[in-house]
Design a protein around this ligand. Structure first.
Ligand code: SF4
Ligand code: SF4
Ligand code: FES
Length: 332
């Protein structure tokens, strides 16, 4: 039995709206989605367009949406994704503008990557390493996984923050920033942390959608590492994002739970009257949903005059603090 491909068709040069074509190819069910598409292009319709090169999950070209899940077509056997009705739907990656069929405009992805200056910038003069700059096996171990990134943009296509805020650098760029931030041969650690912070590092919501990476780079964990590096090196830590992270850690460590009023005050800034007015509607919604009591809200409003509202620890808070200490979570 053949494989039915339900293909997104669109040509920005000629079409106002996309349409779909269903084609059936006679290939074994264990063939990859990419090879099924190749067969359709070779035997049925030569105008079907998609990117590919290596057919071995190395070049990163063939990322597309396959039955609702974005991944590399050359690494996806048909029999692992076929619908109950025997159809495989193929669409362009989300978060990108389609150009022709499954080919998308990659410019926003590459622009964010180029902003990183993705090459080593060693110090001009390094007396310790006049002939060569060596990296210990321990230091190199940290970089190996990220160096496996093939720039396929699967993670970027999966990221919900990119879909609502296209200015966000996205998981691949942040993971690649980590690759240079943690490289002991590079001299631009602080500048790189500042650059990626300006590219909205702190917008990442840690939803783990990007942990589905065909090369196991696991960008989410690297994003946490970059945020930790920013706090450790105190780069732009007075911005809202790091302030929020630190105050969340601080209240949980002190009380064993999230102290909402203190989190808002710490994030917005205790004496930032304009900021406090701005978050008042959100505070009212929190009261309405029961996340905040009216007393807590009023205590928060009066905090600039009264100081830090009391943060009463839960029983056995020491056990929570032990977790923090074992994880070595930085708390200011
Ligand atoms: S991190 Fe993974 S999913 Fe993202 S671009 Fe690199 S290889 Fe692709
Ligand atoms: S963890 Fe962060 S970068 Fe990754 S998909 Fe979620 S919001 Fe995007
Ligand atoms: S064709 Fe190169 S990664 Fe799929």
């Amino acid at each position: 039995m053949g494989i039915k491909l339900d293909i997104f068709r669109f040509d920005e040069a000629t079409d106002d709206v996309p349409h779909r074509d269903v084609v059936e190819v006679d290939v074994p069910e264990t063939t990859t989605v990419l090879d099924a598409l190749e067969t359709a292009k070779a035997e049925i319709d030569g105008s079907i367009s998609f990117r590919r090169s290596c057919r071995s999950a190395i070049c990163g070209s063939c990322s597309m949406n396959i039955n609702g899940v974005t991944g590399l077509a050359c690494k996806t056997p048909c029999n692992t994704v076929t619908n109950a009705d025997g159809v495989i739907k193929v669409d362009p990656m989300p978060n990108f503008q389609p150009m022709k069929d499954l080919v998308v405009h990659m410019d926003p992805f590459w622009d964010k990557y180029h902003r990183l200056k993705p090459y080593l910038q060693p110090a001009d003069k390094d007396e310790d390493h006049e002939r060569e700059r060596r990296v210990s096996p321990e230091d190199m171990k940290k970089l190996v996984d990220v160096a496996n990134c093939v720039m396929c943009a699967t993670c970027y296509a999966l990221c919900p923050v990119v879909s609502v805020d296209p200015a966000f650098a996205g998981p691949a760029a942040i993971a690649y920033a980590y690759r240079f931030i943690e490289d002991v041969r590079d001299s631009q650690r602080k500048e790189r942390i500042a650059q990626i912070s300006e590219d909205y590092l702190w917008l990442c919501a840690h939803c783990y959608a990007c942990s589905y990476c065909p090369k196991h780079v696991d960008p989410n964990d690297r994003i946490i590492d970059v945020k930790r590096a920013a706090i450790k090196d105190r780069v732009m830590i007075n911005e809202r994002g790091p302030r929020h992270a630190l105050i969340v850690s601080k209240t949980i460590k002190q009380t064993g739970m999230l102290a909402e009023t203190e989190v808002v005050l710490g994030t917005v800034g205790r004496f930032n009257v304009r900021g406090m007015i701005k978050v008042t509607p959100q505070a009212l919604r929190m009261v309405a949903s029961g996340k905040l009591t009216p007393t807590e809200m009023l205590a928060g409003t009066a905090a600039p005059m009264l100081g830090q509202p009391s943060m009463k620890p839960i029983p056995k808070v020491d056990e929570v603090r032990t977790i923090f200490e074992s994880l070595e979570v930085p708390v200011s």
